[in-house]
Design a protein around this ligand. Sequence first.
Ligand SMILES: [Zn+2]
Length: 128
Amino acid sequence: MRPALRRLFLLALSTDSDALLHAAEWETRCLHCRRRLRLRDDGEPLGHATLEHVVPQAWFGKRAAKALTMLVGDDANDPRNLAIACAACNHGKGMSHDARGPKDERARVVVERLLERRLARWREPAAP
Ligand SMILES: [Zn+2]
């Protein structure tokens, strides 16, 4: 895995109050279905953990998504916008909601709820 991507996994984990590091492994829960997911301590997924951009990357810079993107500093890779999700949930969201774009009200509501859930799991990263 590219180091830049691994860094994003670690950003998501270190700011997720559901993520615990023990015995050189991270354990957390899928943002969608709360299934247990494991990653190596260096951010490499074990099994089906994927990196979720809660507000889809393609929505940034779009007026209809402004109210959502501003909540994460208008930066798709802001840690508040990053979460760990299982592959099935992540791809399911991508296909059914992200692709419709922020003008679709149902898609917007789904992303809004997910972002609320992500922010409820927020924790400040430990000092380096
Ligand atoms: Zn899931």
